[in-house]
Design a protein around this ligand. Structure first.
Ligand SMILES: Nc1ncnc2c1ncn2[C@@H]1O[C@H](COP(=O)(O)OP(=O)(O)OP(=O)(O)O)[C@@H](O)[C@H]1O
Ligand SMILES: O=P(O)(O)OC[C@H]1O[C@H](OP(=O)(O)OP(=O)(O)O)[C@H](O)[C@@H]1O
Length: 213
């Protein structure tokens, strides 16, 4: 049978993902992430891992090119794709927050909100019935209130260090985030046994870790 394909977000979340699979008994070499290769086959386990940009993970999984994916909840909320989210992997913990300069103006008729997550931001403010103009940026979001591009940002906060070092404050915590395991809807039916085996083995590691805390 064809290998099961797992799309892993490159970057910040990848190291923990590899660690998790190793703990779950899958024989991934520790140095997987040191090479420039993008596809890794694990013949014994009958699966392969592809390394993709975080925002592309939900796309590969929705189309079924990848059967499973590992990606941050922030990316899932922004991409809003048709797939199953089956496990909270707990690592990559951070949050979405609204932030800006101290002394937030309450009298603005329409806020300008800069973010890397424009779709989520629009939905968030729409659900609150607040009119905002959303400005999509690709990084260094904290610059927006400092330069006057926007009055508010919706961004990831982990330690709070970036906000602090730029003189910004949290206006509001929006929601908690962490890495998730996602599954293609068709694969969940057609390759249920193999996928359940992976979910169960990862879940076992997570439960063990929780019990050790
Ligand atoms: N402090 C943090 N800042 C940003 N992302 C974090 C942080 N802590 C955990 N994460 C998680 O890591 C993911 C981002 O990983 P990474 O920084 O490698 O990608 P990226 O730089 O956003 O993507 P791209 O390479 O496409 O720009 C986020 O989607 C989030 O789930
Ligand atoms: O609360 P902290 O621990 O400081 O982490 C949060 C910061 O990290 C991320 O930026 P990233 O490093 O991904 O850089 P970017 O500006 O290129 O998105 C995020 O966008 C915040 O700026």
């Amino acid at each position: 049978m064809e290998n099961l394909c797992i799309a892993m977000a490159k970057g910040r979340l990848a190291k923990e993902a590899v660690k998790l699979f190793r703990k779950a008994g899958y024989n991934l070499p520790e140095n997987v992430l040191k090479s420039r290769k993008l596809i890794f086959e694990f013949a014994e386990e009958n699966f392969e891992i592809i390394l993709v940009k975080p925002a592309d993970v939900p796309i590969y999984v929705e189309y079924g090119t990848a059967d499973l994916g590992i990606v941050g909840k922030d990316t899932l909320l922004e991409e809003n794709r048709d797939l199953y989210e089956v496990l909270d992997l707990k690592y990559g913990a951070c949050r979405f927050a609204l932030a800006g300069l101290p002394n937030r103006s309450e009298t603005l008729l329409e806020r300008k909100v800069a973010t890397k997550y424009p779709d989520f931001t629009r939905r968030y403010f729409r659900s609150r019935g607040e009119p905002v103009e959303v400005i999509k940026l690709n990084g260094s979001i904290e610059l927006a209130p400092l330069t006057g591009l926007a009055d508010t940002i919706l961004d990831i906060v982990e330690t709070g260090r970036t906000l602090k070092e730029n003189g910004l404050v949290v206006y509001e915590n929006v929601r908690e985030l962490s890495a998730r395991l996602v599954v293609n809807k068709v694969s969940m039916k057609t390759r249920q046994d193999e996928i359940s085996k992976i979910i169960e083995s990862l879940d076992r590691v997570l439960t063990e870790e929780e019990n050790n805390d």
